[in-house]
Design a protein around this ligand. Structure first.
Ligand code: ZN
Length: 181
């Protein structure tokens, strides 16, 4: 299982290189990212989160009992539209916190699939938000850079506490009493 890189690892703040569409290793990388995403209860994952500085993301915003991953190679935002909406976001690389992030509610993205075919996807709600969040990762931007200054200060403080408390990827808050499973 690939290990999830967590903030403040400097790898998370690098701008990633475009993928070579003929790279046979992309399929394996996507599969491994998919596994890591599901194992940590994520709805999306970007290659730099597993330490690979390439422009590749995997998302799955389908209902929890359905697995329908979508691999996006070299995704690019074509258009953002709609209202600016602020919602709390979590990130596998910032375990233990959720941070209010303002985004446009609708996004249109072009990408390539693993066969090198070009596609477009568009959507609002969690899909629009997830696309923007994951593409941010490819540009070295995490929740902490996306947040407004005041939210950022608060989030970094909470994150320090969460790290001390041993928060794991997939957790968006640290329970005050230990969870019993
Ligand atoms: Zn993230």
């Amino acid at each position: 299982m690939l290990k999830i890189i967590t903030s403040p690892d400097p790898l998370l703040n690098q701008v990633c290189e475009p993928c070579d569409l003929s790279d046979k290793g992309l399929k394996k990388l996507a599969k491994q990212m998919e596994k890591a995403m599901y194992a940590n209860d994520g709805v999306g994952i970007a290659a730099p989160q597993v330490g690979v500085l390439k422009r590749l993301i995997v998302i799955d915003v389908s209902p929890e009992d359905v697995r329908d991953p979508l691999v996006l190679v070299n995704p690019e935002i074509l258009e953002l539209d709609g209202e600016l909406v602020t919602e709390d976001e979590g990130c596998l690389s910032c375990p233990g916190v959720s941070v209010p992030i303002e985004r446009r509610e609708w996004a249109k993205v072009k990408f390539f699939d693993l066969k090198g075919e070009e596609w477009e996807i568009e959507g609002d709600g969690i899909l629009g938000r997830c696309l923007q969040h994951e593409i941010d990762h490819l540009n070295g931007i995490t929740l902490f850079e996306s947040a407004k200054p005041r939210d950022r200060i608060k989030a970094l403080k909470e994150y320090e506490e969460a790290r001390r408390a041993g928060a794991k990827p997939g957790e968006t808050s640290v329970p005050s009493t230990p969870k019993v499973r």
